[in-house]
Write a protein of this length. Structure first.
Length: 394
């Protein structure tokens, strides 16, 4: 049972109810990495990748959020208003998904897109989106099939169990794991940050489900009496928008937005508490301290901290088997909204060296994707956005 002694030390009324939801016979005792490294976002130099081309695959995109390349070379791009942009044979078309209860406001709307692991047989695609209305909204997971030109009626397979009345902090990133379960992030709703520490709330969590929407029996809290807790993989998150799998070391990596400072990169392990809002290197937007703690017993400090904030958005893993850009092997690639740059972080050198790459790509950058050939696609943000493809100049 996780002890909540920090409640009495914080002496803040808004934390009092947290301890009621944290009863679980399991202690947070999963593997904890010993690394803890923080660096200035401006410390890295430009990686000497000199021979490459940057070409637009699509322009005039309307607030896109994520993208995926199909095995046949077709690209699918989500736009927050519910459209999916299809790029096939250099032709662009748009399809409006009939998403049940789509809520487009603030940071809400149609968000992530990933392929089912059996896509080549099922043509099944997974989406995350915001559903509901201002008074009660939530993140949901839906699936649809794609016939090359259009989608079937999306079917909701999972709804985040905790409603909120804010249009912010959905998180919404999805990742299919090697065991064919689905990991996805649920944000803290901005005004509900204390719920990130409440095990029976699904806000401020990373959740894990089967692809049919059921809950895996080996989840860390699967024997909890509360069904919402049974889907929790990790807790103590603010607004996780990066989720990747490092196939070289078989580890899950995430990044999340802090407040004013305190953006984080973490290695995720089952049942681990990542501390928000009890431990953070960031301050509130008013510059008031959110918490007096930078570390706390039973809570995992970030592997990498970005203070001041870079606002990381997308993230992709560049594996050792991908050869188009050899100097990026075993790096994670991050797009940023505030720094307006692409960074790589070296996961292999033990120091998490950060480097600014492809300096010609600037502006608010929403997402990054590594293709099967090792090329790198970058999605810009906002109105009149673009999808750019970076290839080596052979």
């Amino acid at each position: 049972m996780l002890k909540m002694a920090w409640l009495s030390q914080l002496k803040m009324k808004r934390f009092i109810h947290i301890s009621k939801g944290l009863s679980c016979k399991q202690s947070i005792c999963c593997i904890t990495l010993i690394w803890s490294f923080a660096f200035s976002v401006h410390a890295g130099s430009t990686l000497p990748i000199k021979q490459y081309n940057i070409a637009p695959l699509a322009t005039e995109l309307n607030s896109p959020w994520s993208m995926v390349e199909l095995p046949n070379g077709t690209w699918l791009i989500t736009e927050r208003d519910g459209h999916v942009v299809i790029i096939k044979n250099n032709q662009l078309s748009r399809v409006k998904l009939p998403l049940e209860g789509l809520y487009v406001a603030g940071q809400g709307g149609l968000l992530d897109i990933v392929l089912s692991p059996d896509y080549s047989e099922s043509n099944e695609i997974i989406f995350t989106y915001a559903q509901g209305e201002l008074a009660a909204n939530r993140l949901v997971i839906a699936k649809a099939t794609f016939n090359g030109t259009d989608f079937s009626q999306p079917k909701i397979i999972y709804q985040v169990a905790t409603n909120k009345d804010t249009p912010q902090h959905y998180a919404g990133r999805a990742l299919v794991l090697p065991d064919n379960t689905l990991l996805f992030s649920s944000g803290d709703g901005f005004d509900y940050r204390e719920q990130a520490q409440v095990i029976t709330s699904q806000l401020g969590k990373v959740l894990r489900i089967n692809l049919d929407g059921s809950v895996p029996r080996d989840n860390p809290f699967s024997d909890h009496e509360n069904r919402a807790a049974q889907a929790v993989f990790s807790l103590g998150h603010r607004n996780t928008q990066g989720l990747v799998y490092d196939y070289d070391t078989q580890q899950i990596i995430s990044h999340e937005h802090g407040p004013a400072g305190g953006d984080e990169l973490n290695y995720l392990t089952a049942g681990t508490n990542y501390g928000w809002p009890v431990i953070t290197y960031g301050n509130d937007y008013s510059q008031a301290r959110i918490s007096p703690f930078r570390e706390y017993a039973g809570m995992k400090k970030p592997t990498v901290d970005w203070t001041p904030s870079i606002a990381p958005s997308g993230m992709a893993y560049y594996g050792s088997e991908q050869s188009a850009f050899p100097t990026l092997q075993q790096h994670v690639l991050l797009t940023t909204l505030v720094d307006k740059k692409i960074y790589s972080v070296n996961l292999a050198n033990g120091e998490f060296t950060q480097t600014h790459i492809f300096p010609e790509v600037t502006g608010r950058l929403r997402d990054v994707f590594v293709t099967a050939k090792g090329n790198i696609a970058v999605l810009t943000d906002g109105k009149e956005a673009k999808l750019l493809l970076i290839t080596p100049n052979k």
